[in-house]
Design a protein around this ligand. Structure first.
Ligand code: RUQ
Ligand code: CUA
Length: 661
């Protein structure tokens, strides 16, 4: 009870400091100076220097913004349906959201990882995690579309994810919640210590980007929070922050804050690969979905996989080690040289910096203080390079500028603190408005940060923008870090709740950006590659409309012979071959969204013809001066009324014959 009181008191002190900080700090007006304005001003018609790929948190999407302007360019739906473009509503995209639990229309997306080659951005893909129903997604940066989603078995709350190795050999995902696994899942919650285990999944990425789980490491039951791969000298290793080494299963805010130190888990994944090659992996039964988008059919397919390979570090002794880290570490970041590993303890009053060389030495000398659940624990002092003293309150995440400086976000004291990696001295601090979570320097996690800016992604917005009722926009802030002192130069709102973000020089993306899909490469089975190919077919209760869209008509635009109760599939092919000419499609009474069809693409809207009558359909995207004329009618008849199936565009019929039917 005493300890609980002490911890509670500590938490109250932290909470008090937090609410004190929520009063408005003075001096935010610096953003208004002319100097700052000129730094973020991107003149009309001019491009931004960086693409900023920002997580949407609980909206399950990614936002694409420009830096330094903060302008929003695009929302990419990843784990959540998006009526704006039909993602998760069109027949082609629905399989992308399939899981072992069935169709899941939402998830919580926290972290972005941009692909790298030799530790530097290469502009091929962005990866993102779905926390709730554990999944990892790959976004193709040529099309800005979600190209693949892989579910993760034996995981609960995929928070420590995704993190990539230097050459994108692996995308790595650690479970937040430890869970019982295998055949032994119906167990008392209180048997946590005995039955609950963590997993870290190493997902192999092939040259086309395709993902599959190469192996999972089964770990003692703790919570994994964040991670980073080693680089340079530490390439081949991975570092994960762990909390709840108390192995609590209830009231974690108290019970998982007992110990003075939790761990950073160091993983020798090259060693794990060797064991795998030597046949030490165990195949275990699992059930998880693997969804991929085929670019030639513009269609996603979903496959359920039934097994996964696991390695057990309790048997394979030299794969993982624990390094003590104060206290409830959140971020775990590796500097551009690959030598320094920074742990950010949410409840710690200092920031420990570990040395990779010293960790290696300690392992070689077996300089251990004991073990945790059978895994060796390296002595804190033996792994430590040094500590940043009095950095601020509530350190969460650290990024780097490539000039020897680190930038750490301080949630509780609402600030960014700049410090020097070599001498661990604090150089500068600036307030954030308010309660910063992640921060991001362009190229910050790579071997060659692009520097220039740091963006704060804040958890609390309060008075920064015009109020919009109880729910406010989210507040990101851009700081110039080109000088010794950081300077706030822009506030910009973001959607959802931003967690991590990565910015990449525009030049790595724009040359490969796809403008159209080539019609002649469209292999969609229901595509109509020209108006002459349009038709309407009945298959039992299903009516398939092979429709085309081109400025400014839909073919066919008159359809008759649909029967009440039919499932009508509008397969719409956009015949345009010009950049930026999508067409949309919507039909009255659809229990569905619209679809938005890119030039050369085919997308399908399923519509239940549930009532008798005439149902207008139209293009939803203002595509030409005669967009408002881009429309049609579907006639639905009672099942007993034998109206023949017919369809046309531009055909004028005799009024009387039409009326008689
Ligand atoms: S975690 S602050 Cu997923 Cu830091 Cu967002
Ligand atoms: Cu097509 Cu409006």
């Amino acid at each position: 009870m005493k300890t609980i009181n002490r911890v509670l008191f500590g938490m109250l002190a932290v909470a008090a400091a937090f609410s004190a900080q929520r009063c408005k700090p003075s001096g935010p007006e610096q953003a208004l100076t002319g100097d700052a304005a000129s730094k973020v001003y991107v003149a009309p018609g001019k491009y931004d220097e960086f693409y900023n790929v920002v997580s949407g948190g609980f909206n399950g999407q990614i936002g694409i913004y420009g830096l330094p302007s903060g302008r929003l360019f695009k929302i990419i739906p990843v784990f959540s349906t998006f009526p704006e473009n039909g993602y998760g509503y069109s027949e082609e995209s629905k399989p992308m959201l399939n899981t072992s639990h069935g169709f899941v229309p939402w998830d919580d997306l926290h972290h972005i990882a941009l692909s790298t080659t030799q530790g530097e951005h290469d502009g091929r893909w962005a990866f993102a995690n779905g926390n709730n129903t554990p999944r990892v997604a790959r976004i193709d940066l040529r099309t800005f579309k979600t190209a693949e989603i892989l579910e993760l078995p034996n995981s609960g709350g995929n928070h420590s994810s995704p993190f990539i190795t230097e050459n994108t050999e692996y995308v790595v995902a650690g479970t937040r919640f430890s869970v019982p696994m295998g055949d032994n899942t119906d167990v008392p919650i209180s048997s946590y210590k005995k039955n609950f285990r963590g997993t870290v999944s190493f997902i192999k990425v092939d040259t086309s980007g395709r993902m599959n789980i190469a192996f999972q490491l089964v770990t003692p039951g703790v919570n994994f929070d964040l991670a980073r791969a080693g680089k340079g000298p530490s390439h081949g290793w991975f570092f994960f922050s762990c909390y709840n080494t108390e192995q609590a299963y209830t009231l974690l805010e108290v019970n998982a804050s007992q110990k003075d130190k939790d761990f950073i888990m160091a993983v020798n994944w090259k060693k794990a690969e060797e064991y795998l090659k030597a046949g030490k992996g165990k195949t275990v039964k699992a059930e998880y979905a693997h969804n991929t988008l085929d670019e030639s059919t513009h269609t996603a397919t979903s496959e359920i996989l039934r097994e996964v390979l696991q390695l057990d570090p309790l048997e394979l002794k030299d794969i993982i080690y624990f390094i003590p880290c104060p206290k409830s570490p959140h971020g775990c970041d590796v500097d551009p040289t690959g030598e320094y590993i920074i742990g950010s303890g949410k409840l710690a009053a200092l920031i420990p910096v570990f040395s990779f060389a010293k960790v290696q030495e300690a392992i070689a000398k077996q300089d251990f203080e004991g073990d945790f659940a059978g895994i060796p624990v390296i002595k804190y002092e033996s792994a430590l390079y040094g500590e940043v003293q009095k950095p601020g309150l509530g350190p969460l995440h650290t990024e780097f500028d490539g000039k020897g400086n680190a930038y750490t976000s301080m949630f509780v004291s609402s600030e960014i603190v700049k410090w020097n990696i070599k001498d661990l001295a604090v150089i500068d601090r600036v307030p954030t408005y308010y309660s910063i979570g992640h921060l991001s320097v362009p190229g910050g996690p790579t071997r060659k940060p692009h520097g220039k800016y740091v963006v704060a992604y804040n958890k609390i917005t309060k008075d920064r923008y015009l109020p919009t009722g109880p729910e406010l926009t989210q507040s990101a802030q851009l700081y110039d870090i080109s000088g010794e002192k950081m300077k706030l130069i822009l506030d910009f709102p973001t959607t959802g709740e931003p967690h991590y973000a990565e910015a990449i020089p525009a030049g790595l993306i724009t040359p490969r950006s796809v403008k159209i899909f080539k019609l002649e490469e469209n292999k969609h089975p229901y595509a109509a590659l020209g108006e002459a190919k349009t038709k309407v077919e009945r298959k039992g209760n299903e009516v398939h409309v092979y429709m085309t869209a081109i400025r400014s008509h839909l073919t066919p635009d008159n359809i008759e012979g649909i029967k009440q109760g039919d499932d009508v599939y509008f397969h719409v092919t956009n015949l345009e071959q010009d950049w930026d000419v999508p067409h949309g499609f919507a039909v009255k009474g659809a229990l569905n969204a619209e679809i938005l069809i890119m030039p050369g693409e085919t997308q399908t809207l399923k519509w239940k013809a549930d009532k008798v009558g005439i149902f207008p359909y139209y293009c939803t995207d203002f595509c030409s001066a005669l967009h408002q004329e881009m429309q049609g009618y579907a006639r639905v008849s009672a099942p007993g009324n034998n109206v023949p199936l017919k369809y046309s565009t531009g055909k004028i019929e005799d009024q009387t014959s039409g009326a008689a039917q």
